[in-house]
Write a protein that binds this ligand. Structure first.
Ligand code: F6R
Length: 614
């Protein structure tokens, strides 16, 4: 997501910081900025768009100071404009921040009362004023940050400097990464080792709730709740810069697969009130009246996002009792669908720029529909054309094959369905609370699925055995049917093996003719209401000598005897969360097949990350 680079040393820091930010460009960003101390005066420069825009400004008026901090912002609160770009200032204090401050609204009100004036739409600016306020009360910078942290709720990595305490950078983290780089006569703070690897490989990875006081001649570490001194535990990193960008993973796709517990937690963050058994979605401007009088609801998307919509349909039917049409944008736009001013259209898009989805919502708007969206990229075209957007906060997705964008869309749709159910009075408080409690466990379920013992082994064995297959089938029933479609799409996109997703019950209406000993069938058959029915489909495949790759619950004692390969998921997953968790074996299977074949996993042939052509 956003990038942070802080430097305290002897050399002018402007180029060092810009170079570090450049190494973070792969993460995606929409504005950039830098603050440097120039002999007791803080100078800042910020620009919308690419880093080069900032560099142009800096060429005209270079900074010469030897300590400062830079940032690339990926918008979460507030549009991607220069005013919203970091660093944010309060007098001599400047702050850069990755993450989300959940209680920024309360803090903003409190700070305004004290006379602080806000210049941006961001949640970050409260940190600058809060630190300035503690500075004004007589605390040194480290203590001011320490006290400010006790007031902040959410997830953050921050770096703060103050021109009245030159030479000191204070960094802290809670749930967002931040590292300390230890150099010779110079030290760093950065959100990602890749930013500073060119200058040091000795890194202390800040742990949750640690605060670092970084000066050019030394670094002190403190506990952020007690301010007690803590020992630094540097490790010598041997990664190459390219490996570091991928967090040590071989490909972005694999990194993004493993980021899903965090990404899903970010989609949920601040949106669930267990006390009121409600979903908190001020960004979705729909009243009970709007929903009760709506003639129809359309979910509109392309590709993987369309598969998310297909799962969403089960949530809307089960939790809100509403029927939804799930439409391919590239088809809907050419149909004469009876869309009117009582129609609600929800566009689903990772990029927010997909031409067909954009065209479909424009068409729907012309007919009077109310358009909402679920999107990952803030300020992109689809949100700009919607009356409200539920952002997924998955972070930049670099791999062309969508992974974390998909699972966060599933969570966003699940939240929206509960929200609709509550608004319409069709979901009682107790049921909604149970549903929300289960959903809050989604990040830990994903984590458990990714860390099952011996996790990678079956995927590697399947890849070795089947990487030359010409065709594969994917079967799922109920809410796992869309996951079968998604599994097939993932496989064909990156491994170039032909694959077809089918509703398990449809197999005998045609696709069964394809089955023989050379066509493996992936069967999604964890314990759910359809367990036995799908197991019968499995038997039908085996009876025709079809090899079976079985996605099964870890406590299924018969799985191994029913299949050639078993891909286990944790036992006891509630049915409504199965699409989320079974997405992981689909992604990993595609990944390992492609990796074994040696295809370009992150940039498969003929595909683009953002499809802006019709
Ligand atoms: C598949 C994939 C595509 C996209 C589709 C829509 O892995 O990424 O199928 O889902 O091109 O893109 P967005 O969601 O950006 O509208």
């Amino acid at each position: 997501m956003c990038g942070i680079v802080g430097f305290a040393g002897h050399e002018p820091c402007m180029d060092i910081i810009v170079d570090g930010l450049r190494r973070l460009e792969y993460r995606g960003y929409d504005s950039a900025g830098i603050a440097v101390d120039e002999g007791g005066t803080l100078r800042t420069a910020r620009s919308e768009g690419k880093l080069d825009n900032l560099v142009k400004k800096l060429r005209l008026e270079p900074f010469y100071g030897t300590f400062g901090v830079g940032h690339t912002r990926w918008a979460t609160h507030g549009r991607p404009t220069e005013d919203n770009a970091h660093p944010h200032r309060s007098g001599s204090v400047a702050v850069v921040h990755n993450g989300i401050i959940e209680n920024h609204v309360e803090l903003k009100a409190e700070l305004r009362q004290k006379g602080y004036v806000f210049q941006s739409e961001t949640d970050t600016e409260v940190i600058a004023h809060l630190v300035a306020d503690f500075r004004a009360a007589g605390h040194d910078l480290a203590h001011a940050v320490f006290h400010a942290m006790s007031r902040l709720h959410g997830a953050y990595a921050i770096v703060v400097i103050d021109a009245t305490e030159p030479g000191t950078l204070v960094g802290a983290r809670l749930a967002s990464p931040l590292v300390v780089g230890l150099g010779q006569g110079e030290n760093f703070l950065a959100s990602d080792v890749s930013a500073i690897l060119a200058r040091t490989r000795d890194i202390h990875f800040l742990e949750e709730g640690q605060l670092a006081i970084v000066k050019r001649d030394g670094v002190e570490l403190r506990d952020a709740t007690t301010f007690e001194s803590l020992p630094l535990r540097p490790v010598h990193v041997t990664w190459t810069p390219a490996m570091a960008e991928k967090g040590g993973y071989k490909h972005f796709m694999l990194k993004e697969i493993h980021e899903q517990p965090r990404a899903v937690a970010d989609t949920l963050r601040g949106r669930v009130s267990l006390e009121r058994a409600e979903v908190v979605l001020p960004e979705v401007p729909l009243t009970r009246e709007d929903l009760a009088t709506a003639s129809q609801i359309y979910l509109v998307a392309c590709g993987t996002s369309w598969h998310a919509g297909l799962v969403g349909r089960y949530h809307f039917e089960d939790l809100a009792g509403v029927a939804v049409h799930v439409e391919l944008a590239s088809e809907l736009r050419y149909r004469n669908a009876p869309i009117d001013d009582r129609t609600i259209v929800i566009a689903i898009s990772q990029s927010g720029e997909t031409a067909d989805t954009l065209a479909a919502i424009r068409e729907a708007k012309k007919k009077g529909a109310k358009v909402l969206s679920i999107c990952n990229v803030i300020g992109s075209s689809i949100p700009r054309e919607s009356v409200g957007t539920l952002y997924t906060h998955a972070g930049p997705e670099i791999g062309v094959a969508s992974t974390k964008a998909f699972t966060t869309q599933l969570v966003a749709l699940h939240l929206l369905a509960i929200h609709f159910g509550r608004l319409l009075g069709r979901l009682d408080e107790a049921t909604a609370r149970t549903e929300l409690e289960a959903l809050l466990h989604a990040p830990s379920l994903l984590e458990a699925a990714l860390t099952l013992p011996g996790h990678d082994e079956p995927y590697i064995a399947i890849a070795r055995r089947w990487h030359e297959a010409h065709s594969m089938l994917f079967l799922g029933r109920g809410n796992l049917y869309p996951i079968a479609l998604e599994g097939a799409l993932k496989l064909k996109e990156i491994s170039y093996i032909h694959a077809e997703g089918q509703a398990a019950g449809e197999m005998k209406h045609g696709p069964i003719a394809l089955i023989d000993e050379r066509v493996p069938t992936v069967i999604l058959n964890p314990r759910d209401a359809h367990f036995l029915k799908t197991r019968s489909n499995l038997a039908e495949v085996r009876a025709r000598s079809g090899p079976v790759i079985l996605v099964a619950s870890a406590d299924d004692p018969d799985a191994a005897s029913h299949a050639d390969h078993v891909l286990p998921i944790p036992a006891g997953i509630p049915s409504r969360l199965l699409p989320l968790v079974t997405s992981l074996p689909m992604q990993l299977l595609a990944y390992h097949m492609a990796d074994f074949k040696g295809t370009d996993v992150d940039q498969p042939r003929n595909l683009a990350k953002s499809v802006t052509v019709e």
